[in-house]
Write a protein that binds this ligand. Structure first.
Ligand code: ATP
Ligand code: MG
Ligand code: MG
Length: 380
């Protein structure tokens, strides 16, 4: 019996555990809080990621370790990697944890990125603004997620407020200024690399964010073959350069048919949740296959899929469950403003059918604004 250890016990660990059950796998999750939602399905070890005794307990009980939480301290990941196989490797994790290291690597690999500059003081912010221009986004280098730790500088009048909001973190997590990209669409490529180097991607996904949080994903994205090829090539370069094993997502902005890389997520990704029902093999199952050295599953998709995130609280399930191809995922989390508590996936064989399903769900749940951009993209 193989036990997979997962650092972080949120919905990603929960969905990994659920997808690993048919493979006969056992799981042990570790989180800093006792009510982490993966704990409803897999034993949960509560402890601090920096606590050696807790890590040693974890290491002693698992055959291989992976992550649900990308901000596990890199030193803890390394400490663990000296004792059990850890995938992705701690170096890849460390790069993805730091927006500066990540963007520097993108640039090194010839992956286009928005203009950026690291900074640690108010004077350096002024210099960075000269270099990057306005509009721009000031971001923390580390620990940001769901658009947290970001301040949009739309005009010179916003600079003081931006520094007031994020300046205190300049010495702790570091800051980076990025040019604001007036993108036409956001895309992500969810990719996987096996222990033996085999590399695959799921079809490109288009994503819509609201206030920095993912709201909807559509697959396959309607991108030109050139854009799709470039996205896949960028993901492959990254995976090979970092010796990556497992699933990761590369988030991209698309403007005038050109791609700019935003960030890399070193784990299964929200924009890949549609793969549970919409692909031959889900990102969760394939991640497990990769970290265990098993053959990778087919990443081909089945028709068209749209994922809708539920933020703050769960809506009524019946509107989605009543749709053909409607699937429901309740993470079993306490509702809280801004928190991802679940998602739904609608799958259909044709774009028009998917648009019709989305229209019905949007109307029944009073979520017209959430489904509207997806329906428009589907030509509905
Ligand atoms: P995630 O939850 O994806 O990890 P995050 O907190 O790491 O989010 P980003 O992905 O950097 O943050 O930003 C969140 C969203 O904000 C992006 O998906 C995009 O919609 C918008 N955004 C971020 N950076 C830029 C930019 N330079 N130009 C335009 N929009 C941006
Ligand atoms: Mg991120
Ligand atoms: Mg992001």
């Amino acid at each position: 019996m193989t036990t997979v250890g997962i650092l972080g016990g949120g919905q990603l660990a929960r969905m990994l555990s659920l997808s690993g059950a048919p493979l006969g796998l056992r799981f042990l999750t570790m989180d800093t809080v006792a009510d982490a939602c993966a704990g409803q399905f897999a034993p949960l070890l509560v402890g601090d990621y920096r606590d050696e005794a807790a890590l040693a307990d974890f290491a002693g009980r698992v055959d291989v370790a992976t992550f649900d939480f990308e901000n596990v301290p890199a030193e803890s990941a390394e400490w663990l990697a000296a004792r059990v196989p850890v995938f992705p490797n701690p170096r890849a994790l460390a790069i993805a944890q730091d927006r500066l290291a990540e963007k520097t690597l993108f640039r090194e690999l010839g992956i286009p990125v928005p203009a950026f500059a690291a900074l640690s003081s108010r004077e350096e912010l002024d210099a960075a603004l000269q270099e990057v221009g306005i509009p721009a986004i000031l971001k923390t280098r580390r620990l940001g997620y769901d658009g947290k730790g970001q301040f949009r500088i739309k005009s010179a009048a916003d600079v003081d407020a931006a520094w007031q909001a994020l300046g205190p973190q300049a010495q702790t997590v570091g800051l980076i200024l990025e040019a604001f990209v007036p993108f036409e669409r956001e895309l992500s490529v969810v990719a996987i690399r096996a222990r033996d180097g085999e590399f695959r991607t799921w079809p490109l996904t288009e994503n819509w964010h609201v206030d920095g949080v993912l709201s909807a994903s559509l697959a396959p994205a309607t991108a030109s073959p050139a854009v799709e090829q470039a996205a896949i090539e960028y993901a492959r370069l990254l995976a090979e350069k970092t010796g990556y094993v497992g699933v990761f997502a590369l988030e991209l902005f698309c403007r005038d048919g050109e791609l700019l890389a935003n960030e890399m997520a070193p784990r299964v990704h929200n924009s890949g949740h549609w793969t549970i029902e919409g692909a031959e093999t889900s990102q969760f199952e394939n991640h497990l296959r990769a970290v265990l050295g098993l053959p990778l599953g087919d990443t081909g998709m089945i028709g068209h899929a749209c994922m809708l995130n539920w933020i703050g609280h769960m809506p009524e399930a019946t509107a989605v469950l009543g749709q053909p191809g409607g699937h429901w995922h309740d993470y079993g989390k306490q509702g809280r403003e801004g928190r991802k508590v679940g998602h739904a996936t609608l799958r259909a064989d044709a774009p028009a059918t998917l648009a019709e399903g989305l229209r019905k769900v949007g109307a029944q749940l009073d979520r017209q604004a959430q489904v509207a951009p997806v329906i428009a993209r589907l030509g509905g």
